[in-house]
Structure formats: structure tokens, C-alpha cells
Ligand binder design. Structure first.
Ligand SMILES: *Cc1c(COP(=O)(O)O)cnc(C)c1O
Length: 462
């Protein structure tokens, strides 16, 4: 029997979690950007602990040294994004409400959230109305879902019943990709039965953009049916493929055009930045990542397609106990997943809180601060900005070669003032800076520039 006289244990655990998380959130702007290893007890408890609230505090205490303050304003690693206050609140509600968003029958509220969010995202980004949408874990699964829809669509048009007869013996599909595509494209294609050596690779220019002239040259030589995978937002440089020309070429060839827009999509929310993506609205499918520029929590990928029937055919399961609801949204039908959390709520909450202009300000600020980084760093003798900074990404090289650059990156990471990762770009080691957090201010960027300058001085004085 539950103890009806004491506090509800769920409420007590919830309060303990909030009490534990509050000082972290309140202090995250000042925490050193470092994390170390943690060691948890290795012995499985033999039975229940006495007090769930105490257990929450113990858990947080044990894990604290290994929690990277990546939600803070001077974490510039990877393309992590932060979590906006509205998105964080949504995460908490998703946990408390514990809705299964597989079927509308399980959560009418979250089904409606998914419907509205899908429409708002397309509207915000200048994409057509009437797209199909799936809310998936991240851009990897968004790419996978879009490419699964493409595969179904093209094979059906070729008279092949993929669901009945599988891939073996099916008409071949040519997949055309850019040389600077994200590894998630290769991974998604691999899951779908397309191997690396089967890809037609179009060269990229010095900013990592697909060379449209080379694509125009290639398309007439490849066998139909074909999928073209373009990219809006290179994960290193932030550069966006020339979407207008690529759309024309793909359309003329009768190919399915997919856009991996995990990094660049949110630029389209800004009237100032949207021209960089002009023409992307004519694609057949798009993969977005809300946890990046839009600053929702993980996991929050979104797939959109202009071919709802093919999308649904690729991912919908059927079973006797699954109701067929034509007039409601069954979220699972649009993803490879079954039971799912209400991850669209974070996106909905952000869009409802910020509105069109608020999202535009958010992404413009990220790009403006990246430009400030680039200007500040370029003024330091021996420091070279290695990319055209057109979005939120900055790549930096240090005089003296790869070893020196590695050393500067390591010193910055040890210093705890800010955190930047390393990468390789155009055959040289670079420091990679991603400005993707709503919390970051000009003062944070200036402080980070000073810290990079200090580490650079230390690295080359040795
Ligand atoms: C981040 C990213 C992905 C993968 O996204 P996940 O959310 O990690 O699955 C795919 N493509 C590009 C261009 C990305 O930047």
C-alpha cells in the first residue's frame, strides 16, 4: 500500500531534482568549462534505498565533477546549442506528463503539438505548406527517415514493391552526395542498404559547398532514378550549398533532392540570412536539428518531406491493435520509432515563446557573435581565420603548423575559461568554434578571444 499520509514520492523526487538542478542553472555562466571522469559505485544495490529525495542528491553529487557546463555561454564545442528557458520547462513537463506520443489516442495533446509545430517550422523557415513531418532523435535519424522516404518513392515509381520484396534485386538507385557531406549521410545510407562505393561524390569548393557546375556535369552521366543529397550548413565552416542551382539541376534530372540542414536550417528564420538558402524550398526532403541553433534540449531532430504518402509508407508500422486514425496525427507513423517521448513540445514552446522575430534575433545573434570572434582573432598576429564566416562557425589556424594548433586547442580546453574543439579543414588542423547558445554575450566572446590569445602566446613561446 502506498503511504497516503506522507508526501507523494514522485513529488518529493521532483522537488529534489529541481532543488539540485537550481544551483547548477544559477551558476552555469560562471562554471569552469571543464569536466573530469567520475566513478560510480559498481555494486548493484540489493534492494530499494530508503529515500528517493536523498538518492537524487547523492546521484547529483556523484556526477557533478563529470557534468560539462555545455549549456553555459562559453562552450563553443561541436555544434551543441544551449537550452532556452522555454525549452527547459518543456523538458520538465515532458518528464512529468510521461506521454507516449506514438499514437494520437495515447496523447491527444502532444499529437496536436506535433501537428502545429510541423506547420510552424515550415512557415518559419519559408518552406511550403502541407509537408509531412517526423519528430525524431536527431539529424541522423531525420536524414535516415528522409532517405527512406526517397528510396520508397523512387522504387515505387520504378514498379518495385520494396516492402514486399526488399532491396535485393531492386532497380538500382544512384545516390549523389557532396564531398563535404556530414558522416550522418553515409551512416543513414548504410542503414538503408547503400554502400560507400556506390555513392557518386561531387567535389566541394574551398568553403565545403557542393560544386554546382560539377553537379550539372555529373547528373546527365548518372543512371536514374537518383537521389541528390545537398547540405545547408557545413559542420566545420557553416557554409551552405548553392541551393538554387542544385534545385534546378536535381529537378531537371528528375532526382529526389534531400537537404541535410542540421546546422543551417534556422538561418532561414532570419530575413537577413535566408537568402543563403534560397532555392532550398524546392527540395523533396529536409533534415533539421532543433537542439543546434534553435536551442531546444536533446533529442530533437525534425524530418520534413514534400511527399507525405512516401514518407508514411517508409516508416508506418501496422498491427491489429494499432488504430487507424485518418483525422489525427499518429506521431510514430512518421518515424522509425514506436513508443516516443513528447520531444516536439520543446520546439513548440520555443516558437510560441520567441515568435518569428525572436527566432530571427536568436540566429542573427549567433552569426554576429561568430563574426565578432573572427574579427577579434584575426587581429592577433600568427592567427588565421580559415573559413569565410557567413554563419555561426569559425575555423582558426595558428602559425607553426598542426602541432601548434593542437597545443593551443589543448591549452584552451585545460584552461576552463571556454571550450573549443579541434578539427581538420582543407588538410590542416584547426580550432573549431561554434556559436550556438542563446546565453553567449559579446563579453563572453571577448573573454574567449583573450583566452585563445593567452594560450597561443603560451603555445608558441615553448
Ligand atoms: C549534427 C549534424 C548531423 C547529425 O545530427 P545528430 O543530431 O547528431 O544526429 C547531421 N548532419 C549535419 C550537417 C550535422 O551538423
Amino acid at each position: 500500500m502506498a503511504d497516503v499520509t506522507g508526501p507523494d514520492p514522485s513529488v518529493a523526487a521532483f522537488a529534489a531534482a529541481v532543488a539540485t538542478a537550481t544551483p547548477f542553472l544559477a551558476g552555469v555562466r560562471g562554471l569552469p568549462t571543464t569536466a573530469g571522469p567520475v566513478e560510480l559505485p559498481r555494486t548493484l544495490p540489493e534492494g530499494p534505498g530508503p529515500d528517493v529525495a536523498a538518492a537524487v542528491h547523492h546521484l547529483a553529487r556523484d556526477l557533478a565533477p563529470g557534468i560539462m557546463p555545455s549549456p553555459g555561454p562559453r562552450y563553443f564545442g561541436f555544434v551543441t546549442g544551449g537550452t532556452l528557458p522555454s525549452a527547459l520547462a518543456a523538458e520538465v513537463l515532458v518528464g512529468a506528463w510521461d506521454q507516449n506520443v506514438a499514437l494520437a489516442a495515447m496523447s491527444p495533446a502532444l499529437a496536436e503539438v506535433e501537428s502545429v509545430t510541423a506547420e510552424w517550422v515550415a512557415d518559419l523557415l519559408g518552406l511550403p505548406a502541407g509537408l509531412s513531418a517526423g519528430f525524431v532523435t536527431g539529424a541522423t535519424m531525420a536524414n535516415w527517415t528522409a532517405l527512406a522516404a526517397a528510396r520508397h518513392h523512387l522504387l515505387t515509381a520504378a514498379g518495385w514493391d520494396l516492402e514486399a520484396d526488399g532491396m535485393a534485386g531492386s532497380p538500382p538507385i544512384t545516390v549523389v552526395v557532396g564531398a563535404e557531406r556530414h558522416s550522418a549521410i553515409d551512416l543513414s545510407l548504410r542503414y538503408l542498404g547503400f554502400g560507400r562505393s556506390q555513392l557518386v561524390v561531387v567535389p566541394a569548393d574551398d568553403q565545403g559547398r557542393m560544386d554546382a557546375a560539377a553537379l550539372a556535369h555529373t547528373m546527365p552521366t548518372v543512371a536514374a532514378p537518383a537521389i541528390v543529397c545537398a547540405q545547408a550548413g557545413n559542420v566545420n565552416s557553416g557554409s551552405i550549398d548553392p541551393m538554387d542551382t542544385i534545385s534546378d539541376i536535381a529537378r531537371a534530372a528528375g532526382a529526389w533532392l534531400h537537404v541535410d540542414a542540421a546546422v543551417g536550417a534556422w538561418l532561414a528564420a532570419s530575413a537577413r540570412l535566408r537568402p543563403q538558402l534560397a532555392g532550398w524550398e524546392r527540395a523533396d526532403s529536409w533534415a533539421l536539428d532543433a537542439h543546434k541553433g534553435l536551442n531546444t534540449g536533446y533529442d530533437s531532430g525534425i524530418v520534413l518531406t514534400a511527399h507525405p504518402a512516401s514518407h508514411r509508407a517508409a516508416t508506418q508500422a501496422t498491427a491489429a491493435y494499432l488504430p487507424a486514425s485518418a483525422d489525427h496525427r499518429d506521431g510514430s507513423a512518421w518515424t522509425p520509432e514506436g513508443s516516443r517521448r513528447g520531444r516536439a513540445l520543446g520546439v513548440y514552446a520555443v516558437l510560441r515563446q520567441l515568435g518569428r522575430s525572436g527566432v530571427a534575433d536568436l540566429v542573427e545573434r549567433q552569426c554576429d557573435l561568430a563574426a565578432r570572434f573572427a574579427e577579434g582573432l584575426a587581429r592577433i598576429p600568427g592567427v588565421t581565420v580559415a573559413n569565410e564566416v557567413t554563419a555561426n562557425q569559425v575555423l582558426v589556424r595558428f602559425a607553426g603548423g598542426d602541432a601548434v594548433t593542437h597545443r593551443v586547442v589543448a591549452l584552451v580546453q585545460e584552461g576552463g575559461v571556454c571550450w573549443m574543439g579541434g578539427t581538420r579543414w582543407r588538410d590542416a588542423a584547426c580550432m573549431r568554434i561554434s556559436v550556438s547558445n542563446w546565453m553567449t554575450t559579446p563579453a563572453d566572446v571577448d573573454r574567449a578571444i583573450d583566452e585563445v590569445s593567452r594560450c597561443w602566446a603560451e603555445a608558441h613561446s615553448r
